[in-house]
Structures are given as structure tokens and as C-alpha cells.
Design a protein around this ligand. Structure first.
Ligand SMILES: Nc1nc2c(ncn2[C@@H]2O[C@H](COP(=O)(O)OP(=O)(O)O)[C@@H](O)[C@H]2O)c(=O)[nH]1
Ligand SMILES: [Mg+2]
Length: 634
């Protein structure tokens, strides 16, 4: 696979970034009419260099003006190398420092300095500026980096600069393939006849024509109609490439810079982001809870309030954990770096690593949240996955949910889940849901305790309905609960019949008097045959006050000795069987039966005859034809 390395310019306005990119590539990245008129870069510009080795260097040219740092941030997120441009005649200026700080906060790994406009300074001066620059980058990712003097005007130093850039690019490690593909959108436009096109640097993975994608955080699903890289149509784009994506069926107005194109369902939008939080040593004042800041991640910028996790303020130079309550949803993955700028004055003050994009609820006081974040920040990979599952509780998480919450690719995640399964730290349901063992143990003991309590409260009830039990067990996730009941049954702890669940050890134990009533009721209904008494009446005869809801009456209903034919009309099961045999025999002989026939056959009034006929219809024994019935299956 040919390699693509993304280089971003950085540095103060007018220090020669755009001229240098043009000198290197021939491309004038100031393409907006306003940029041409004012002679300054406002928005991101893009160019590229193809090295003989097959390496492509993508260049993102950023604006240096302090008012456009927001645009600079949108372009710099996905870069591999920083090209810090400092004019030899002017030296280090405010945005030189700010851009360097931003690159440092974004954890850009490497880069170089171009000391431009050398035709405007003498050799002695250039040496002084070089020393200055070396001091500036001390202690940063650029410490000891190449500092190449160059003049675009005379062309002096350009070949050396290009060679240095190519050498650094060769040294950039290839982007891993085990990542969810992501394209943070930096431009949106329409092309006549094609519709909406978005561009961005493909951060990870691979994007292909016909892929089903989603525009996050908007939740718009679409298909990739076409892809272009450097103006050429391609079938697929790979990590590191500047990519233009033609989206099928998406309105121009529906997408904006800051959105993220990724596989449908592959990411989660969030308005809460937890992360490490470092305040720059030269931040003008401490950061306090509820301070309003500009939160930048990927190509997105949203306003946010800071919440501090384990302290009342962050002093400049300090690192801690923080939570951001965002005023609009963003889409990021743990491991992403973010930058914050103060609301006013608009300057870069800090940043950090995203740790959690679906932060659990925690009590405000107490160290639980700090503990959780420390774990996500520092623990081995398997423990990070385990922690997410622990927090998910009995509801568990699908592998697909986890993928959008962890800083690892799908393959790594799968092997981590297998590791956790082997260690019995988690259990899998249907090979799809993962539940932490603490949660499933808790659910198990909770369910057993619920059954015990139910039996104690209703000693005469055979069991509780499965759904009722599940809802009492905190509305446990269906599949998780089904698996739990199956396990409990396999372990001989629980029995379930139809939709009823009971403890295996539970048996209905009646007192002598309760036994007398139950036997009496059964006997009464048995003897009454086709003309049974009402429940109240039957109970009354045994000296008990109550309706069919009485627990002793219900006991006979639950064990099937009494069958309900209609509302409060119950028959003894044996009696109902006899009635059915008689009706069927009659139908076999006469082919049809009327209500009057039923009355005669059973010697009962309409009050019993009509509900019985309807009951046999419902039981699919008979079919109604006018007022008469015939056998359903003669
Ligand atoms: N003399 C001289 N002028 C330069 C050189 N490079 C750029 N400039 C000028 O400096 C000004 C700002 O350059 P530009 O590339 O727009 O700077 P940017 O704001 O950093 O992108 C322009 O007028 C350029 O012509 C150089 O090497 N020598
Ligand atoms: Mg420029």
C-alpha cells in the first residue's frame, strides 16, 4: 500500500506558509476570492507532493491570523507532521507560540521548522533566530528538530527543505488498519449533477464506493456515491488521504464542517465528554468549574462548560481530569486529543485526551468518577473494556456499542473480550451481549431474593410471571434475563412452567383449614357439573368470604382444576371435559347444535349454554354458523 503522510503548516500570519506551500507544490492554497483580495489565508488550503518513492505528502495549509485559529484547529487534527513556519526577519511571534502549543496539545508526533524569508535577513541574524527557535521548541515534540532556512523568493534552501520533509515523512509509522474509518468533514460543497460533496482527511481505515455511512452527530444515513483523491475518481480511499466523498441523497444544508462521516452506527454522538485535562503553563488564569470554553475535537468546535472531577480549580501547568458539558453534540473516540480555548479572550488554554464519550452517572461527591477516569487513563486495555462493562451493569453492552466507546479497533476489542471471557470477568449472551460478572452475579442474587420475597408474601401462589419478575429485577435486559433464568433452571434453583417462575424449593403448604376449603371448592364444582356455582357463593358455602380473586380459589385456577369459561364463570376441569365429549358426540351424530340443543343435552339454562358454546368456539372445537355450531374438524 502506498503511504500517505499528512503535513500541516503552522505559524504566525505573513511568515510565508502559503508561499512556501506554493514553492514546494506549485499550488496556491489561497483559493477564496476574499483570500486573494486580502492576501491572507482565512480557511484551510490543500496541496500535495508526490515523492519518487511512491510516498504522497498531503499538505494542509492553515491560516495564521489569530481570528482564524478555529479554522487552523479544524485542519490540524489529523496531521502526522507539523511544518512550523517562522519568518527569519520577524522571529517568534504570538501565533508561532499558540500554534506550537496546539500541535503539542494534539500530540503531533514530529515535524520541523522552516525559517523563511532568509533573503530579508543577514547570516548573523539568522543564527540568532535559529537559537531563539531552538529554545522555543525545547521540551516540546519539536525539540532538536531540523530547522531549515529557506527563501521562496530566491529559491535558496527549498530543495533541502523538501528533502528534510520527505525524510521525516518516510519515518512516520504507517497508520494502523484496525480502526473504525472516520472522516472529519472540513469542507462541504455541491457539484452540479452530483450533489453534495464533503472533504476531509481520512483519519483511519478505508472508505469505499457504495459504503453505507452515517453523518455524525446528525444521524443522517447515506451511501458513498463516489470518491475522489487529488481530483481523480477512486474506488476506495485509505487512511491519511485527502478524500472527497460524494454523498447520495444528502442535502448540502444537512452537513457542516465538524461533522464526521463513518460507517452507519459506528460512533456515538455525545454532549458529555470526560477526559484528561491539562491547562497550559501560560494560561492567563486558573480554570474553574462551570467556566465556559470552546471545545475543539476533530474538525468540530462547540461551546462547553467545564466540570472538575477532583478539585475546585486547575492552576496553569496542572493536569487533572475534567468533564465537558457540551452545548451541541460532538462525535469523538476515546484516545482522541482535544483543545480548549477560553471564551474571552479567545486564546488556547489547554486540552487533553478524550477518555469516555458515554460517561456513567456518578454522585457528584466522592472519588468514584476520578477512580473511573484514572482507570480509563492508565489501566491495561482489557481492564478498560472491563470497566465499561462494569459500569453498564446488568444491561450489558453489545460489542458494537463498546466499539464506539473504547480507544481500540474492532479486532483488538474482539480479542480483549475473548480474554475477559476466558478469565470469567464477563459473560456473553447470544455471543452478542456482554455483561460483567459482578452485574450478572448481582442480578442472579437479586432474582433469587425477589422469588423468595414473592413466595413469602404469596405462599399460596405457585409462582410469579416471568415478565413481572424481570420488571422487578430492574427491567433487566431481555436476553440477559432469559439466559439468567435458563442458568438458574439448569442449576436446579428455579423452575419455570409456562410463563410462571418459582424457586425449585417452593411448595404450596396449606393449613388444615385451607386444605378443607380447597378440597371443598373442588368437590362443589365437580358435583355441580354443567351448572357450577359462582365463586362467591361456593366460597360462602365453606364459610369463606371472597370472590374468584381469593387466593384459595386462585390456587385451583392456577393448578388447572378450575377453568375459566367467562368472567366469573368457572367449571371443574373434569366436568368441562365431559361436557365437551357430549357436545362433540352430539355433533358427530347431528352435524350441528343449537343453543336449545345444548340446554337440553346438559340440562342447563341459557346462562351456562351460551358461554359454553362461545368457549368451545374459542377453543377451536366448534365453528359458529348463524345461531348454530358445527364441528371445526369433522
Ligand atoms: N522576501 C520574501 N517574501 C516572502 C517570502 N515568502 C513569503 N513572502 C511574502 O510574505 C507575505 C506573506 O506570505 P504568505 O505566504 O501569505 O504568509 P502566510 O500568512 O504565513 O501564509 C507575502 O507578501 C509573500 O510574498 C520569502 O521567502 N521572501
Ligand atoms: Mg497563508
Amino acid at each position: 500500500m502506498p503511504k500517505h503522510v499528512v503535513v500541516g503548516t503552522a505559524g504566525h500570519i505573513d511568515h510565508g506558509k502559503t508561499s512556501l506551500v506554493k514553492g514546494l507544490t506549485g499550488t496556491d492554497t489561497d483559493r477564496l476570492p476574499e483570500e486573494k483580495a486580502r492576501g491572507i489565508t482565512i480557511d484551510l488550503g490543500f496541496a500535495f507532493l508526490e515523492e519518487p518513492s511512491g510516498l504522497t505528502i498531503e499538505i494542509v495549509d492553515v491560516p495564521g491570523h489569530e481570528r482564524f485559529v478555529k479554522n487552523m484547529l479544524a485542519g490540524i487534527g489529523g496531521i502526522d507532521l507539523a511544518l512550523l513556519v517562522i519568518a527569519a526577519d520577524e522571529g517568534v511571534m504570538p501565533q508561532t507560540r499558540e500554534h506550537l502549543a496546539i500541535c503539542q496539545l494534539l500530540r503531533i508526533k514530529a515535524g520541523m521548522v522552516a525559517l523563511t524569508k532568509t533573503d530579508l535577513a543577514d547570516a548573523e541574524w539568522i543564527e540568532l533566530v535559529k537559537d531563539d527557535v531552538a529554545r522555543l521548541v525545547e521540551g516540546t515534540f519539536l525539540a532538536g528538530c531540523p530547522i531549515v532556512p529557506v527563501s521562496v523568493k530566491t529559491g535558496e534552501g527549498l530543495p533541502e527543505l523538501r528533502a528534510t520533509l520527505a525524510r521525516l515523512a518516510e519515518e512516520v509509522p504507517g497508520r494502523g488498519t484496525d480502526h473504525t474509518p472516520r472522516l472529519p468533514v472540513d469542507r462541504v460543497f455541491t457539484i452540479k449533477g452530483f450533489g453534495t460533496v464533503v472533504t476531509g482527511t481520512l483519519m483511519a481505515g478505508r472508505l469505499a464506493v457504495d459504503d453505507k455511512i452515517e453523518i455524525f452527530p446528525r444521524g443522517i444515513q447515506a451511501k458513498v456515491r463516489g470518491l475522489q483523491v487529488h481530483g481523480h475518481a477512486v474506488e476506495s480511499a485509505q487512511a491519511g488521504q485527502r478524500t472527497a466523498v460524494n454523498l447520495q441523497g444528502v442535502e448540502r444544508a444537512a452537513v457542516e464542517r465538524g461533522d464526521v462521516v463513518a460507517p452507519a452506527g459506528g460512533l456515538v454522538p455525545t454532549v458529555l465528554v470526560d477526559g484528561t485535562l491539562e491547562l497550559l503553563a501560560d494560561a492567563p488564569r486558573p480554570l474553574k468549574p462551570r467556566d465556559r470554553v470552546r471545545f475543539h475535537v476533530g474538525t468540530q468546535e462547540v461551546m462547553a462548560r467545564v466540570l472538575l472531577v477532583d478539585r475546585t480549580e486547575v492552576t496553569p501547568g496542572d493536569t487533572t481530569y475534567g468533564r465537558f458539558r457540551l452545548e451541541a453534540a460532538v462525535t469523538a473516540l476515546p484516545g482522541d486529543r482535544y483543545v480548549i480555548r477560553s471564551y474571552s479572550p479567545i486564546i488556547t488554554i489547554g486540552g487533553g485526551t478524550v477518555l469516555d464519550v458515554v460517561p456513567p452517572r456518578f454522585k457528584r461527591k466522592g472519588g468514584a468518577l476520578a477512580e473511573h477516569l484514572r482507570l480509563l487513563d492508565t489501566a491495561p486495555a482489557a481492564q478498560i473494556v472491563e470497566e465499561h462493562l462494569r459500569q453498564a451493569g446488568a444491561a450489558g453492552l453489545r460489542a458494537a456499542d463498546l466499539r464506539a466507546r473504547v480507544p481500540f479497533g474492532p479486532e483488538r476489542l474482539r480479542s480483549l473480550l475473548e480474554e475477559l471471557l476466558r478469565a470469567q470477568a464477563v459473560t456473553a449472551v447470544d455471543r452478542e451481549w456482554y455483561v460483567h460478572h459482578e452485574a450478572s452475579d448481582r442480578l442472579r442474587s437479586q432474582t433469587v431474593a425477589l422469588l423468595e420475597a414473592f413466595h413469602a408474601q404469596h405462599p399460596l401462589r405457585g409462582g410469579i410471571s416471568r415478565e413481572e419478575l424481570r420488571s422487578r429485577a430492574g427491567h433487566a435486559q431481555e436476553k440477559v434475563f432469559a439466559q439468567l433464568l435458563a442458568t438458574l433452571e439448569g442449576d436446579g434453583v428455579v423452575r419455570s412452567e409456562r410463563d410462571q417462575v418459582r424457586l425449585a424449593a417452593h411448595a404450596i403448604r396449606l393449613t388444615a383449614d385451607q386444605q378443607r376449603v380447597v378440597d371443598g371448592l373442588a368437590e362443589d364444582f365437580r358435583r355441580a357439573g354443567a351448572a357450577p356455582p359462582g365463586p362467591e357463593e361456593a366460597l360462602g358455602r365453606l364459610g369463606v368470604k371472597g370472590t374468584e380473586r381469593h387466593e384459595l380459589f386462585q390456587l385451583l385456577v392456577a393448578d388447572g382444576r378450575l377453568l375459566r369459561v367467562k368472567e366469573s364463570l368457572f367449571f371443574h376441569a373434569a366436568a368441562l371435559l365431559e361436557i365437551r365429549d357430549k357436545v362433540v358426540a352430539h355433533l358427530k351424530e347431528k352435524r350441528e347444535i343449537s343453543p336449545a340443543d345444548v340446554k337440553d343435552l346438559l340440562g342447563v339454562s341459557r346462562k351456562y349454554a351460551i358461554p359454553l358454546m362461545e368457549y368451545f368456539d374459542a377453543q377451536r372445537v366448534t365453528v359458529r354458523q348463524g345461531e348454530k355450531r358445527v364441528l371445526r374438524n369433522p
